[in-house]
Ligand binder design. Structure first.
Ligand code: GLV
Length: 319
């Protein structure tokens, strides 16, 4: 069986894959260019992809009819046309669970960093602009007792809510297609409409997947309904917020600050207006970048790939 792995992942995964199949590994730090990707998948029975690879009909055509499985090294799978894969009988796997805590920690880190103006302060220290202890300098927002609005109350949203409920005694609102009874019981979380969440939350954190109903969900209209003291955090997918609208909301004070681990495009364009805003903290999509998360992702992704090659059910198929 022949497989293509589109980037070096932790050894725990590579070792398993190499023992089970003939592995072609893309060693560069950057993703394979599209042409190269389509060339390398020809004749493969399995492919391990990252969210940087678009897996669509063209990809499946290039690979050929023997392709059995695509194993995504990510919990999100918006880069994959899952319906098209299903039509062709190709299994698709992802890596849920093992990155929940790391991603929730990242969302809370961004909430704190944005609320307490950490990057702006550090930049000033580095630039020699720390003049004195200022009673009115660098004043940020408190977390204790404030209201957190979670958009997408799945595994990660619930983990963020739990941290905020038990760490800072925050009130939890959430917006989701489905009720999360466990979160309602354990965290006194209250399910509300999107507009009510925007109007009442002091912190809004996004944990939904990217799909046609969430693309552009945070636009000028949404930001205008938030509090001027609110902090917006997105650790899910960049296209869920509209960059130009977010930049305008941050510039004109319709919200206080933002913390982003995701942008659109990625990497962020060097002329993005967000880069020059002191109240916008941006990280390079690192939420799952911890030892246990990345090893766990490698282990699941390898197991998914190998099961798919064998025609067995995957350890973690996409829902
Ligand atoms: C990363 O963004 C992932 O979906 O795992």
């Amino acid at each position: 069986m022949k497989v293509f792995v589109t980037r070096r992942i932790p050894d725990v995964g590579l070792t398993k894959i190499a023992a089970a199949a003939e592995m072609d590994l893309w060693e560069d730090r950057l993703p394979p260019p599209r042409e190269e990707l389509l060339r390398r998948v020809v004749g493969c029975h399995g492919v391990l992809t990252l969210l940087t690879e678009t897996v669509d009909a063209e990809f499946f055509d290039a690979a050929g009819p023997q392709l059995r499985v695509v194993s995504n090294f990510a919990v999100g799978y918006n880069n994959i046309d899952v319906a098209e894969a299903r039509r062709r009988g190709i299994q698709v796997g992802h890596t849920p669970g093992v990155l929940t805590d790391a991603t929730a920690d990242m969302a809370v880190t961004l909430m704190l960093a944005a609320a307490r103006r950490i990057v702006e302060s550090v930049d000033d220290v580095r630039a020699g602009k720390w003049l004195t202890w200022e009673p009115l300098g660098y004043i940020g927002q408190d977390l204790v007792g404030r209201t957190l609005g979670i958009v997408g109350m799945g595994r990660i949203g619930t983990a963020v809510a739990r941290r905020c409920r038990f760490g800072w005694n925050m009130k939890i609102l959430y917006h989701d297609r489905h009720a999360n009874e466990e979160a309602e019981r354990e965290l006194a979380a209250k399910r509300v409409s999107f507009d009510e969440l925007l109007a009442r939350s002091d912190f809004v954190s996004v944990h939904t997947d990217l799909n046609e109903t969430t693309r552009g969900l945070f636009d000028a209209d949404a930001f205008s309904k938030m509090k001027p003291t609110a902090v917006f955090v997105n650790t899910a997918r960049g296209p869920i917020h509209r960059e130009a609208d977010l930049a305008e909301a941050l510039r004109n004070g319709s919200i206080f600050a933002a913390g982003l681990d995701v942008t659109d495009p990625e990497p962020i364009s060097p002329d993005s207006p967000l880069l020059s805003l002191p109240n916008c903290t941006i990280c390079p999509h690192i939420a799952s970048a911890t030892v246990s998360s990345r090893n766990g992702m490698a282990d699941i992704a390898a197991d998914n790939l190998i099961a798919g090659l064998r025609g067995e059910p995957l350890r973690c198929p996409v829902p």
